[in-house]
Design a protein around this ligand. Structure first.
Ligand SMILES: [Zn+2]
Length: 206
């Protein structure tokens, strides 16, 4: 059993986890997120701390960046992994972003698609309202600020005399797969350097 024996400091996301609590809390830490880089250092995926420790221990991956603190089992002490790199190039899986509020906001760069305001306080708007047959689909969902959502009410943009900045489309399929990891960077700013320049512009505004 690996235990969290020492946490020398805290990070934003660790603040939310009581560090020296019961086994349940340790479970939370072991299930925390580690960034997995491909052998070519391109972000590939996320895994749990538990999985990362196993991969390192089996020689399948190396630690690129340690997190804070140590994990200790009866026979071994492991630095707490934050970023690991696989020993082999793995073909990135074909990933299709799930249709979620968050992914819609990311696609729309956290900008209201009616008035262009950039805000964290967005709502999800069905362009054609559902009761008029509008689908819950990438092509019919946009980010809208609260004021625009109120103004639009249960109408179509035409009825409400509102215009979309651009027609909503599905995100690129596997065009840029680390795209899917972007929401996680928000909780792990130290990971940003592993992502291409400009990624930070896709993060929610502060
Ligand atoms: Zn708006």
């Amino acid at each position: 059993m690996i235990r969290v024996s020492q946490i020398s400091d805290t990070t934003t996301w660790l603040h939310r986890i009581p560090l020296f609590g019961n086994m349940g809390h340790i479970e939370v830490i072991m299930n925390s997120t580690v960034l997995v880089l491909n052998q070519n250092y391109i972000p590939l995926h996320l895994c749990s701390v538990r999985r990362a420790v196993v991969l390192i221990h089996r020689g399948k991956a190396e630690m690129v960046e340690a997190g804070l603190g140590l994990l200790r089992s009866p026979r071994h002490t492991f630095p707490y992994p934050s970023v690991i790199r696989l020993g082999q190039v793995v073909k990135p899986p074909l990933l299709h972003p799930k249709l979620t509020r968050r992914q819609i906001f990311i696609r729309d760069k956290h900008t209201c698609q009616y008035c262009g305001t950039e805000t964290r306080d967005l709502t999800l708007d069905h362009v054609t309202p559902r009761y008029l047959g509008g689908r819950h689909a990438w092509e019919n969902l946009v980010s809208a600020c609260k004021a625009c959502n109120r103004r639009k009410g249960g109408h179509t943009p035409e009825q409400a005399h509102m215009k979309l900045l651009r027609p909503p489309t599905p995100p690129k399929k596997n065009g840029y797969f680390p795209f899917l990891l972007i929401p996680q960077i928000h909780n792990h700013p130290a990971w940003l350097k592993f992502f291409p320049l400009g990624t930070e512009t896709m993060l929610p505004p502060h």
